[in-house]
Design a protein. Structure first.
Lengths: 225, 143
């Protein structure tokens, strides 16, 4: 099936699939989302599809509804996260984003790729998926928020890991490594022999017993006061 | 950011901080250009049962400098209620030749020692820490 043929059938197909999804999920947003997912799946495999596709599309939608009912997992309220920034063009960030994109729900993932990688406008995506432009924009926005949130989590975890590693290295170094330095009237020496010689000299002077001369000197101090 | 702050804080904390004589080791009393300052840390000191050795040696230019160092040592002696090992020393006035060796209260399972020696104008102050149990042992190890 060509892109044009798909576009021609998309709206009618979508209405039919909504009816099927609502039988399983009621007149809910989830039903709309499931149909969106089904349309994306069909779009992605449009090259292999042969008209008429309504039968196959019904099976796909029904299976997605059943999968959805099985999962029924809790979701995070992402509406609390700000949606003001656009993507950075930095290569490394894009690579990380692509990895994060792979973890998104299929509908969001596909719309993001259509928009940002294939350069399709939201109106074109809406036309292809038989959906409204508002709905596509909404999905794009949700996907971006999700990515931002996940990237932040990755960066936070990485920072924590680096911090902990640095601390570990520091404490290991603190307990095991040698560190020796001597400043002789402001001039720095770091050769082991010089430092150890000065250390031994200082310790030796400090711990040596008083000589007779020192005792006599102290007696002199005492009587001269 | 918090981790970095903690890390730099840890880097800057020296073992002898908390002592009145600590600024001397940081070059805040006598400029570094007038001192011989030694700092040794790590396995090299295991022979002496120590983990840290710091010393400063300098010639005092004035009587005030001598008195200042003497006062700080005296404050550390009083504040830490330490056991003096060798007290060829007067608390009231600095003698021209005197030695004071103190064992300070333990921190982090380490024994700590503060030594002060005056030989006329030459003053030497040492701070040591490690598993060394007494300065008598150190004296034996140095022989």
């Amino acid at each position: 099936m060509t892109t044009e043929e798909f576009q021609q059938q998309a709206e009618a197909l979508r209405l039919q699939l909504i009816g099927i999804a609502q039988k399983y999920l009621g007149a809910t947003d989830e039903a709309e989302d499931i149909v969106q997912d089904a349309m994306i799946k069909l779009w992605l495999m449009r090259d292999q599809l042969m008209a008429p596709v309504s039968g196959f599309a019904s099976v796909v939608t029904r299976n997605l509804c059943i999968d959805h009912l099985r999962k029924q997992h809790t979701t995070v309220d992402i509406s609390k996260f700000p949606d003001t920034e656009e993507w950075s063009d930095d290569g490394e960030q894009i690579e990380q984003m692509l990895q994060v994109i792979d973890t998104l729900p299929s509908a969001q993932r596909t719309i993001l790729r259509m928009h940002h990688l294939q350069g399709m406008k939201t109106s074109e995506i809406a036309l292809l998926l038989g959906s409204s432009e508002v709905s596509v924009r909404q999905k794009l926005s949700r996907a971006r928020r999700m990515i931002r949130k996940r990237l932040l989590a990755i960066f936070a975890a990485a920072s924590l890991l680096i911090g902990v590693s640095m601390m570990a290295v520091y404490f290991t170094r603190l307990s095991t490594s040698d560190d020796y330095v001597i400043y002789v009237y402001g001039k720095k020496y770091t050769d082991q022999q010089t430092v150890m010689a000065e250390m031994k000299r200082t310790m030796g002077e400090m711990t040596e017993e008083n000589t007779q001369g020192e005792i006599e000197q102290q007696l002199n101090d005492l009587f001269s006061n | 950011m918090i981790i970095t702050a903690c890390f730099s804080m840890l880097m800057s904390v020296e073992a002898q901080s908390g002592l009145h004589i600590a600024p001397l080791f940081e070059g805040k009393i006598i400029p570094q250009q007038r001192m011989v300052e030694t700092r040794v840390k790590g396995k090299m000191l295991s022979k002496y049962q120590l983990t840290l050795f710091r010393s400063v040696r300098f010639n005092a230019n004035t009587k005030q400098e001598i008195a200042h160092i003497h006062d700080l040592i005296e404050l550390d002696k009083k504040q830490n209620q330490v056991h003096p090992y060798s007290e060829n020393y007067s608390s009231k006035k600095s003698r021209s030749k005197e030695t004071l060796m103190l064992q300070l209260p333990k921190t982090d399972k380490h024994n700590r020692f503060l030594c002060y020696k005056r030989n006329n104008d030459e003053i030497t102050v040492i701070y040591m820490e490690g598993t060394l149990s007494s300065l008598d042992t150190l004296r034996e190890l140095i022989k």
